[in-house]
Design a protein around this ligand. Structure first.
Ligand code: CBF
Length: 843
């Protein structure tokens, strides 16, 4: 099957000229100076920030040339498109990626050198586009890179948040959140489309009106805003294709209420603008308040409504109102439940606006939509109160009711052989609109159920997760529609996450394999297996890792002021802070290590494997436990890092403000990375894939994509520990079988007694994992502790044998071929979207 996929791409017309670069014949150094002169009024005496701006605006023109050519071609060819609807796109920085994907790195590195700058330093001046929270948003960004690289006609659609993911700072070891004002210096990577604007409404009333012999439904919103398009060109690698991420900014319908202003009512004059701009202001506002929740639903509808109008308007420009053709020309991937209102919105546009009858519209809608589930966490499976939905989107609520009526009626018929009571129970359990189990007076719209009923395909993001989706979360639906359910194991782009962030390792790989084709055919990395035990290759491999470790050491010095032992094992855990990801378990094992080191004589210590442990990640602002975990990390670090007995052997640092660009520095330097979620809780994980690509060994649970990574790398090369997902439900129910360990109890006493200060603040943390109390330690830290420590001992033993460690490290990279997002996207394109490559040939 995989061979077939590779073949499909090989069939492309590779003889077509690759049209990259701009029409401008001005050499890069002069072009950069021109940009600085005419866009910024600068005439020499540049700063690094200037060098970035000049370079970015110069590269932008070449990017736009490539973008225009691609879109001219696609317009002419009219291929089927996939539209990736996502509330998040965690793009990170663009300069390096654009320059390398366009093949302009030599030219621009040289130009900057002539000006006295180094490309890497200049690239550091760019702000991250952090329009996402974590894995889901970064996955969307990797997918865009792969779609363009594979020449697949596809766009992303999302929100142009004015403030991205908050900036995390530490104050006395506690997380503080600061606004991420990322647009202040302009954004060279976007194009405002003044001719692409749509109205989006909220609230108001719905009426039936007679139109000739027909009855039509008219929704008159009480609030209206304009969605203004911004295009962000996405360059593919080694192809002329540059696709698009279209983001919507919310602006008022009326710029300014001059009447109110003249009457002295200054607040009212600005009100509409403020209300509109609020919609696209902040990524995922804190939804612990009812107001926050409403704003989030508003954001979801805002971008879905604008995106669907946009797609239909382009479709109509070519095919007029032949909507039966729509599924042959467009499909939409719902990135989690966030864009699920698309089911109702597409129905509204087709029925109310275009006048199709309900059944025809439903057939088209369900053919066009597909849904990806990204999590098993119940709190992330969105359910909107009917009251909120009916107030904000009255017509959509009606549509959802009609969909649900049809669905439950069909279901009752389908289940006719069941006893009436059982049938009624099943139908109620699968109803899109259902009672809130915690509040009988409230009815909820279950967005995951709406997505399943309204889609052609439903997928999970790793094999184990897709099985959990089928067997547990959506099992009722799976039983009814088994063929709808699929698995699409996640992947990451090997461009950003290996070739561009670790050019030294990339060069070594290219040298060994005799080709750089692995950059878009990662299966070729398997060729490295032949070198895994080769001592001279291991020495080169090790030298690259050391250089990367030196860079991370510099970063630690910059942030914490400490010099760290670069011979130590660099042990990393970077991801959002969450109880299920179990950073707490990691800290506890670090405390245990510290205590063991303290007990040793100086001679014994010299035999221990030194470690530099790094933890990074943001806690959601309302997630109290996660914030306490951060404080525990910093408090333990404060004690350990200052202890003269142990500081040469153990360090713990929390690196604040973990984001894409920080990951690009940390991951190449990592030797051991921790993916230690309770089995069955992490849908996939994607940083595990990035670490694997960079030859970093994994200590992990049998969870998410860890399992497939172990299969590809060789399970004997991975430090696996902990209980398996199949055993967890039973363990949680029959708490008598939970494992305990005296070392664990000792650590709990240490924290409670104030060994790391702040004992009152840490008390809830200690209590949360006291597994003797029913309902506690939901994520089974205590239970997995002993086997985690055992796995850590295996890590130490292996690190002492550097040749074995390096062999494994090479085997990781060699086994990472499957985890390229190119493979994932090819699978989506073939199994779900039925979208084919279309490579621009216009010279
Ligand atoms: O599928 C991408 C990622 O999505 C999440 O981050 C999410 O937000 N639901 C999951 O937690 C990850 O496991 C997953 O890799």
């Amino acid at each position: 099957r995989r061979a077939l996929r590779v073949h499909a791409v090989a069939e492309l017309d590779k003889t077509a000229p690759i049209v990259r670069g701009g029409t401008s014949s001005v050499p890069a150094p002069a072009d950069i100076a021109n940009k600085l002169r005419y866009l910024f009024g600068r005439n020499g005496d540049y700063t690094t920030a200037d060098a970035y701006q000049g370079t970015a605006w110069s590269v932008r023109e070449k990017l736009i040339d490539s973008f225009n050519k691609t879109h001219e071609y696609w317009k002419k060819e009219d291929p089927k498109f996939v539209y990736y609807l996502s509330a998040e796109f965690l793009m990170g920085r663009s300069l390096i990626n654009t320059v390398y994907n366009l093949g302009l790195e030599g030219e621009y590195a040289e130009a900057l050198n002539q000006m006295g700058y180094e490309m890497e330093r200049v690239a550091d001046a760019e702000r991250d586009a952090a329009l996402g929270n974590g894995g889901l948003g970064r996955l969307a960004a990797c997918f865009l890179d792969s779609m363009a690289t594979l020449d697949l006609p596809g766009w992303g659609y999302g929100i142009r948040y004015k403030y991205g993911m908050f900036k995390q700072a530490l104050k006395n070891g506690y997380q503080v959140e600061l606004p991420d004002i990322w647009l202040t210096k302009g954004n060279p990577w976007e194009l405002r489309r003044d001719d692409v604007k749509y109205e989006v409404g909220f609230g108001g009333r719905v009426e039936r009106r007679k139109q000739g012999s027909k009855e039509v439904t008219v929704w008159t919103p009480s609030e209206r805003v304009i969605a203004q398009a911004y295009d962000n060109p996405i360059p593919g690698y080694n192809t002329p294709t540059t696709s698009n991420l279209r983001l919507w900014d919310a602006v008022p319908v009326t710029e300014f209420d001059l009447g109110a202003f003249n009457a002295g009512d200054y607040d009212r004059a600005m009100l509409e603008r403020e209300r509109a701009e609020g919609i696209s202001a902040v990524l995922y506002p804190n939804d612990s308040t009812p107001e926050g929740k409403e704003l989030r639903l508003k954001q979801q509808y805002f971008f879905v409504c604008a995106s669907l109008q946009d797609v239909l308007s382009r479709f109509k420009a070519v095919h007029a109102t032949d909507f039966n053709l729509l599924p042959e020309k467009a499909c939409f991937q719902l990135n989690d439940t966030h864009p699920t209102i698309a089911v109702a919105e597409l129905m509204r546009l087709l029925v109310d606006v275009e006048g199709l009858d309900w059944d025809q519209a439903w057939t088209i809608t369900t053919k066009c939509l597909n849904y990806t589930n990204h999590t098993v966490m119940p709190e992330a499976l969105e359910k909107w109160p009917v009251k909120v939905m009916a107030k904000m989107l009255p017509r959509h609520m009606e549509i959802i009711e009609v969909i649900n009526e049809g669905w439950t009626k069909w279901l009752a018929g389908h289940l006719k052989d069941l006893k009436p009571e059982e049938r009624a129970k099943r139908v109620a359990a699968m109803s899109i609109i259902h009672e809130n189990p915690w509040n009988k007076d409230e009815m909820l719209v279950n967005m995951a159920y709406l997505a399943v009923v309204g889609s052609s395909a439903v997928n999970g993001v790793a094999a184990i997760h897709s099985n959990i989706v089928k067997d547990e979360i959506l099992n009722d639906f799976y039983q009814i529609f088994p063929s709808k359910f699929q698995n699409k194991t996640n992947g990451v782009t090997p461009r950003r996450w290996l070739a561009w962030c670790n050019p030294e390792l990339a060069a070594l790989i290219t040298d060994a394999l005799g080709t750089s084709e692995w950059i878009n055919d990662t299966e070729k990395l398997a060729g490295l297996r032949a070198f895994a035990s080769d001592k001279s290759f291991q020495a080169k491999w090790s030298a690259v890792k050391k250089a990367k470790k030196a860079k991370l050491a510099q970063l630690i010095k910059k942030v914490h002021g400490d010099d760290v032992n670069q011979e130590a094992l660099f042990d990393i855990q970077i991801k959002r802070i969450h109880e299920y990801k179990r950073q707490y378990l990691n800290v506890l094992s670090i405390i245990w290590r510290y205590k063991q080191l303290k007990k040793m004589s100086p001679e014994e210590r010299k035999k221990a494997v030194p470690r530099v442990c790094v933890i990074g990640g943001k806690a959601a602002s309302a997630y109290d436990m996660a914030k306490r975990i951060i404080r525990l990390v910093t408090a333990v670090g404060d004690v350990i890092n200052k202890d003269p007995d142990t500081q040469d052997y153990l360090r713990l640092y929390f690196l604040p403000d973990y984001n894409v660009s920080l990951a690009e520095t940390i991951i190449p330097a990592a030797e051991l990375s921790q993916h230690i979620s309770t089995a069955g809780t992490e849908a996939s994980g994607t940083s595990n894939m990035k670490f694997q690509m960079n030859g970093c060994l994994i200590i992990g649970t049998w969870d998410g994509a860890n399992i497939e990574i172990a299969e590809e790398t060789g399970i004997e090369n991975v430090f696996v520990f902990g209980v398996r997902a199949e055993e967890i439900n039973q363990l949680r129910k029959e708490r008598k079988n939970l494992k305990t360990d005296p070392r664990w109890d000792e650590l709990m006493r240490d924290i409670e007694s104030g060994m790391f200060g702040d004992k009152d603040y840490f008390k809830p943390l200690v209590d949360s994992v006291n597994n003797m109390k029913v309902g506690n330690d939901w994520f089974l830290l205590a239970n997995d502790f002993a086997s985690y420590l055992k796995a850590q001992e295996e890590v130490d033993a292996c690190y002492k044998d550097q040749s074995e460690w390096l062999r494994r490290s090479i085997m990781y990279t060699a086994g990472s071929g499957k985890f390229s997002s190119d493979r994932t996207i090819r699978e989506y394109a073939e199994d779900i979207w039925h979208v084919k490559p279309s490579r621009p040939t216009i010279a």
